[in-house]
Design a protein around this ligand. Structure first.
Ligand code: NAD
Length: 364
């Protein structure tokens, strides 16, 4: 039976990347019924200024799976970010960013194989902020002083960091489950519990409680500053890292840097009933429509989607084809060549053509 999947082309380089990915996914032999839905800056005008139409959300809820291109965050509108809104609306609480190095990729490191799991709904990203100089900020500062927590200076802006037991628990339960399903051996909780006892401390206590319920997976923890240094020195020591929202955002970019950069870093966002697959990178508007950028991050996001749909054989074949393409180093975009002005670099759709050919050869 064909898998019904919501396809969101997105903005900037999104449409060309998702088109390349759609072609390659179909070449695996898996059947899809694509439910193409709009979202982003490009469709706002047609939807009364709304970059995230309700039909798009409905389609994702109904299908349970979406493949999404990057979306530009429109500046000067009521929307903070379509991506953040999408995660909130669908309660996509766990973001997964696997960072695996494929031989031949331009990187200072070899043999990196990490998975970053980032809690996606709490922490300093909750959007609870009070601007400096406003009556609300002044009232909050006064309240805090009266409760034994004086803010050092009155001309402060304030951002609140909520981390809950239930929010942390579901992130760790997801992470242990994911680790088990993906055959991973170890999970590391990342925090700054020595300083923020009531938020990161709670995160760590909860992690330890969930770890006790999952004794088949090794568990340890690291303070986030030490973790950053360890990742740069000994990335091979780590397997699955689980982080609160802000540290997760920062360290997933660090980990993308270990494996060759944004052009090859895939991602996925999971809720209880819904999963949205998208690359780590953004819409790179200056390259839009030029058939120039690297589709591999979007393609690997498609590979993760195949695994989620339990199409393991197709996922393995696609990953092997991408790995071979990178190792050969011929049909790759400019960012994967030894020099960025290499005249032998190919375009986005030619990368897809080469992969379609490889996949068809394997199926014959
Ligand atoms: P970006 O990731 O779009 O681009 C930064 C640079 O990275 C590009 O100029 C390009 O040199 C390189 N790059 C990115 N993707 C590449 C690819 N596939 N191949 C080769 N090179 C690539 O980041 P930005 O410029 O900060 O953001 C542009 C827009 O994207 C903003 O509106 C931002 O809000 C949005 N954004 C969206 C998402 C998402 O949809 N999940 C994520 C991040 C940023």
């Amino acid at each position: 039976m064909a898998h019904r999947v919501t396809l969101i082309p997105g903005d900037g380089i999104g449409p060309e990347l998702t088109e390349a990915t759609r072609r390659v996914l179909e070449a695996t032999g898996v059947e899809f019924e694509w439910d193409v839905q709009p979202a982003g800056e490009a469709v706002m005008a047609a939807h009364g200024g709304n970059p995230l139409p309700s039909e798009t959300l409905e389609s994702i809820r109904e299908n349970g799976v979406a493949l999404k291109g990057p979306i530009t965050t429109p500046i000067g509108t009521g929307f903070r970010s379509v991506n953040v809104a999408l995660r909130k609306e669908l309660d996509l609480y766990a973001q997964v960013r696997p960072c695996k190095s494929y031989p031949g990729v331009r990187s200072r490191y070899e043999d990196v194989d990490l998975v970053i799991v980032r809690e996606n709904t709490e922490d300093l990203y909750a959007g609870i902020e009070f601007a400096e100089g406003t009556p609300d900020a002044a009232e909050l500062i006064e309240w805090l002083a009266a409760h034994g927590a004086p803010v050092p200076r009155p001309d402060s802006g304030i951002s609140i960091k909520p981390i809950s037991v239930s929010g942390s628990r579901r992130a760790f339960e997801f992470a242990f489950d994911y680790a088990r399903r993906m055959g991973r051996r170890k999970l590391t909780a990342v925090h700054k519990a020595n300083i923020m006892k009531f938020t990161d401390g709670l995160w760590l206590h909860t992690a330890r409680a969930v770890a006790e319920e999952n004794p088949d997976i090794q568990f340890d923890d690291r303070i986030v500053d030490n973790m950053s240094m360890q990742l740069v020195q000994w990335p091979e020591e780590y397997d699955v890292l689980v982080l609160p929202n802000l540290y997760g955002d920062i360290l997933s970019d660090l980990a993308a840097g270990l494996i060759g950069g944004l052009g090859v870093a895939p991602g996925a966002n999971f809720g209880d009933d819904v999963a949205v697959f998208e690359p780590t990178h953004g819409s790179a508007p200056k390259y839009a429509g030029q058939n120039r950028v690297n589709p591999i991050a979007q393609l690997l996001s498609g590979m993760l989607m195949l695994r989620h749909l339990e199409e393991r054989d197709a996922a393995d074949r696609l990953e092997a084809a991408i790995s071979e393409l990178i190792r050969e180093g011929e049909s790759v975009t400019y960012d994967m060549k030894p020099a960025r002005d290499d005249p032998t670099a190919v375009g986005t759709s030619e990368v897809a053509d080469a992969l379609v050919e490889k996949l068809q050869r394997v199926r014959q």
